[in-house]
Write a protein that binds this ligand. Structure first.
Ligand SMILES: *Cc1c(COP(=O)(O)O)cnc(C)c1O
Length: 435
C-alpha cells in the first residue's frame, strides 16, 4: 500500500514521467529513482544552507546533502565565490593550473598518510585507478573486499560473497564476467578469524585489502578498532597493501578521515564526495614509493581529460579551507549529537525499536533497537518502517536520502535551531511509525 503524503508532488511526478523517456528508470543514478520509498522522485530546484526546494515549491530540511559532498550545506558563499572566480578564467584547459597545486597542498600539508595524490573525477574512478596501482605495485592479482562495503561501480567490486566457506566472489551485476569476480575475495566485516583463514590460503596472491574503515553505504557498520588493527597487521605480514576507501569518511569524520580517527596508517587511500565541494572530484594517494608507479613516472597507466578541472578544484579548495579551520569537526559532531541524543532518548523512553547510530556528522536510522550492527547480514531487510518514517518526515518538511540503507549527513549549515526542529520532526514521525 502506498503511504500517501499530503504534499503536492505533481510537478515532480510529471517531470519523472518525462525523464523515464530519456533515462533508464528515469534517472542518472539508480537510488534517485525512489524504488525503496513511495512516490515519484522529488525533482530539486534549488538549495541554500540546510534547505532544498523542489519543483512544486515544497521546502525541506536536507539531510541527504547530495549523499555527502555538501558538508558546508548548499550554496555556501565561499564555494560559490571560488567557483565563480574560476569560471571567469575558463572552464578547462587540459593543461596544469595553479588550482591543482593549491588543493593538493591543502590536503598533503595536513595528511601524514600520503605523500602524493592524483585527482580524478569520481569516487569510482579513484577506486578503479587505485586498485590498478595496488596490482601494478605488488605484481599480484587478487583483491580482498568486505561484504557490505561499497566502492563504486568498479567491475571487480560489484561482487558478493560466494556460497558456503568459499571466499571467491561472484558478480553482483550483469556484465561483470565471473573471471573478474573470481579475482576478488569477499569476507564478512569485523571477523578476525575469517581474515586469518583467508590470508593463510591466499595471502601471497593478495595485492590489497580494500575496506571502508567506517562502512557507511550499507547502514553504518561501525567496526571494532581491533579488527582494523588486525587487518593492518596481516596486510603488512603478507606484503599486501591496506587500501582505505575514504570516499565517504574522508574529510567527514575529521580532515584526515578514518585513518586519523582510528590512528591506523593505510598504504593507499581514496577520496571523493567532500573533496570536490559539490563538483565531480575524486582522488587517490599513497606514499611516494607507491605513487612513483603511476604514469608518467611509472608503468601504471591512468589519465583523464577533465582531471584536476579548475572549476572543480576551486570548489574543493573553498570547501576544504573551511573544513581545515580549528574546531570545525568538533562543532559538526556536537551539533550532530544534539540531534541524535534527543531522538535516541525519546525513542528509548517510548520503547521503540529504533536507534540513530552515529559517528562524526554521519547518522544512520537503525530499526534493530539497541542491537549492535557491524556486519551487512545483520541488517533487517524489511525496510517498511524506514519507508513510513521517510514519508512521515517529508510531510513535516524533512528530506532524507530515499533508502533505508543510506546514511544521513549533518552539514555546517544545520544550526542548533534547525536541528531542534528536526529532532521534533523525527520524534513525531517515530510516534506515527510505531503507533
Ligand atoms: C560514494 C562512494 C564511492 C563511489 O563514488 P562515486 O563518486 O559515486 O563514483 C566509492 N566508495 C565509497 C566508500 C563511497 O562512499
Amino acid at each position: 500500500m502506498e503511504t500517501k503524503t499530503a504534499i503536492d508532488r505533481s510537478t515532480s511526478e510529471a517531470l519523472y514521467e518525462k525523464a523515464k523517456t530519456f533515462f533508464p528508470g528515469g534517472v542518472n543514478s539508480p537510488v534517485r529513482a525512489f524504488k525503496s520509498v513511495d512516490g515519484a522522485p522529488i525533482f530539486m530546484k534549488k538549495g541554500d544552507g540546510c534547505f532544498v526546494w523542489d519543483e512544486d515549491g515544497n521546502k525541506f530540511m536536507d539531510f541527504c546533502c547530495s549523499w555527502g559532498p555538501l558538508i558546508l550545506g548548499h550554496n555556501h558563499p565561499a564555494v560559490y565565490e571560488g567557483v565563480m572566480n574560476a569560471m571567469q578564467n575558463g572552464s578547462s584547459f587540459g593543461a596544469p593550473t595553479v588550482l591543482e597545486n593549491e588543493l593538493a597542498e591543502l590536503i598533503l600539508s595536513r595528511n601524514p598518510f600520503i605523500d602524493k595524490i592524483r585527482f580524478v573525477s569520481s569516487g569510482t574512478e579513484a577506486v578503479m585507478s587505485a586498485l590498478r596501482l595496488a596490482r601494478g605495485y605488488t605484481g599480484r592479482k587478487k583483491v580482498l573486499k568486505f561484504e557490505g562495503c561499497y566502492h563504486g561501480h568498479v567491475d571487480s567490486m560489484l561482487v558478493k560473497a560466494g556460497s558456503g566457506l568459499v571466499t571467491f566472489g561472484t558478480s553482483s551485476s550483469a556484465g561483470v564476467p565471473e573471471e573478474y569476480a573470481n579475482e576478488t575475495l569477499v569476507l564478512p566485516l569485523n571477523d578476525v578469524e575469517a581474515l586469518h583463514e583467508c590470508f593463510a590460503e591466499h595471502g601471497k596472491d593478495i595485492a590489497c585489502a580494500i575496506i571502508e574503515p567506517i562502512p557507511a553505504n550499507n547502514g553504518l557498520l561501525l567496526q571494532d578498532k581491533s579488527f582494523l588493527l588486525a587487518l593492518r597487521e596481516i596486510c603488512t605480514e603478507n606484503g599486501s597493501l591496506l587500501f582505505f576507501d575514504e570516499v565517504i569518511s574522508g574529510f567527514r569524520v575529521g580532515f584526515n578521515g578514518a585513518a586519523a580517527h582510528f590512528d591506523i596508517a593505510p598504504d593507499i587511500v581514496t577520496y571523493g564526495k567532500i573533496i570536490g565541494g559539490g563538483l565531480p572530484v575524486g582522488a587517490y594517494g599513497a606514499k611516494s614509493n607507491i605513487m612513483s608507479h603511476v604514469s608518467p613516472d611509472g608503468p601504471v597507466y591512468q589519465a583523464g581529460t577533465l582531471s584536476g578541472n579548475p572549476v572543480a578544484m576551486a570548489a574543493g579548495i573553498a570547501q576544504l579551507t573551511e573544513c581545515a579551520k580549528d574546531g570545525f569537526y568538533e562543532d559538526q559532531q556536537a551539533r550532530t549529537r544534539f540531534l541524535v541524543d534527543q531522538v535516541n532518548q525519546y525513542s528509548s523512553e517510548h520503547g521503540y525499536d529504533f536507534e540513530m547510530i552515529t559517528v562524526g556528522s554521519i547518522f544512520w536510522l537503525s530499526f534493530a533497537g539497541k542491537k549492535r550492527i557491524q556486519r551487512a547480514d545483520q541488517i533487517d531487510s524489511d525496510m517498511t518502517p524506514f519507508k513510513h518514517l521517510f514519508a512521515a518526515l517529508l510531510e513535516k518538511g524533512v528530506y532524507l536520502g530515499p533508502s533505508g540503507y543510506e546514511v544521513g549527513f549533518v552539514s555546517q549549515a544545520h544550526t542548533e535551531e534547525h536541528l531542534q526542529f528536526a529532532a521534533n520532526a523525527f520524534c513525531q514521525a517515530l510516534d506515527e511509525v510505531f503507533k
